[in-house]
Design a protein around this ligand. Structure first.
Ligand SMILES: [Zn+2]
Length: 336
């Protein structure tokens, strides 16, 4: 059985008005695929999948790579155009495998217009852009930007491994499933990511950065139906008081899926979240490795320096100042 409108209405009638009002407070997590915790974990684990020739440099700046993994989400509502870089609503344009969408941005813009793409997502091209920036940083041996763009590229690659960021139905198909986005990619990783295995072997071979981005997105999209099927099967077997609980998040009391429900949902997904997180680690390390390889495999040992930590702090302070002062004209966009 899929959605059950009777179940919803009966449950809602029983609830006092104040609780109904609370239920309406559903936060839009669209720009936060794989919650902050998961992004940090993924960038960190990807470092350890690198070959020794790269590991020596990356490991020395593990905290930077980890912490900067969430910058793209933090600026999603500050920098114009940033939010669209985190998703692609592929099913807006057609059906799998979405051959009607030109893989190259220029052709996609001609077919659909830039406005349309900014509405329905620019994720594959965000990955491509940051890959190119990273290649350039390796070519010029710019240690600060190697680290910064590695962190950012890791973020967008991880986004491509989150199924709900490839669909119009990113946060529910009905009222009942509102919040499924945060459940799948924030709450479940927060609860279970520490139990997962992240052993991936060598970085994933990547011949073409743009093709790989599309491959990841298509793979992810195939999992959307499974997520909803598992969700509705479970919802139909439980009463509302077992599905939801309420938590203070910041100043607001919000409806969240209960720990009990989250645990059974996680189990019924049969390892999907863990597999996608491992997939992301493999792809992130693959992109970093491919960029280094394309830049001619420069020797990174000369970049290993204690003073780089201090220079990185100054660099990021000036970046953030520029971003605040100049809004969309600063920060990331200056390097495009
Ligand atoms: Zn994101």
């Amino acid at each position: 059985m899929s959605q059950n409108p009777v179940f919803l209405s009966v449950s809602a009638i029983r609830l006092p008005c104040i609780v109904i009002c609370i239920l309406l407070v559903i936060v839009n997590f669209r720009a936060y695929p794989f919650g902050f915790h998961a992004h940090r974990v993924l960038n960190r684990k990807a470092v350890f999948a690198l070959p020794a020739t790269m590991l020596v440099f990356y490991k020395n700046h593990l905290d930077f790579i980890t912490e900067r993994s969430i910058d793209p989400d933090r600026r999603a509502h500050v920098i114009e155009g940033e939010a669209a870089r985190h998703f692609l609503d592929a099913d807006h344009f057609g059906s799998y495998p979405f051959t009607e969408i030109p893989r190259k941005r220029e052709k996609a813009i001609v077919r659909y217009s830039l406005d349309t793409l900014e509405k329905y997502g620019m994720l594959p091209w965000a990955i491509y852009d940051h890959y190119q920036l990273l290649v350039k940083a390796f070519e010029t041996m710019d240690a600060k930007r190697i680290l910064l763009y590695s962190a950012y590229l890791g973020h967008y690659v991880a986004d491509a491994c989150t199924p709900l960021h490839t669909s119009l139905y990113y946060n529910g198909r009905t009222y009942m499933s509102q919040g499924i986005h945060a459940l799948w990619e924030t709450r479940l990783p927060e609860l279970y990511a520490s139990t997962y295995s992240y052993i991936t072997g060598k970085p994933e071979p990547i011949d073409c950065a743009l093709e790989k981005a599309w491959e990841l997105i298509l793979e992810s999209h195939l999992k959307v139906d499974t997520i909803y099927m598992v969700f509705y099967n479970l919802v139909d077997s439980l009463t509302a008081d077992r599905i939801y609980s309420h938590e203070m998040r910041g100043q607001a009391l919000q409806r969240v899926f209960s720990a009990d429900f989250s645990g059974v949902f996680h189990a019924n997904l049969e390892g999907m979240v863990e597999r996608q997180m491992r997939r992301a680690v493999n792809a992130i390390s693959g992109y970093w490795y491919a960029a280094w390889h394309e830049a001619g495999e420069p020797d990174l040992k000369p970049l290993v320096s204690g003073s780089l930590h201090r220079r990185l702090q100054r660099f990021m302070r000036s970046e953030e100042r520029a971003m605040k002062q100049n809004g969309s004209q600063s920060g990331f966009q200056r390097y495009r």
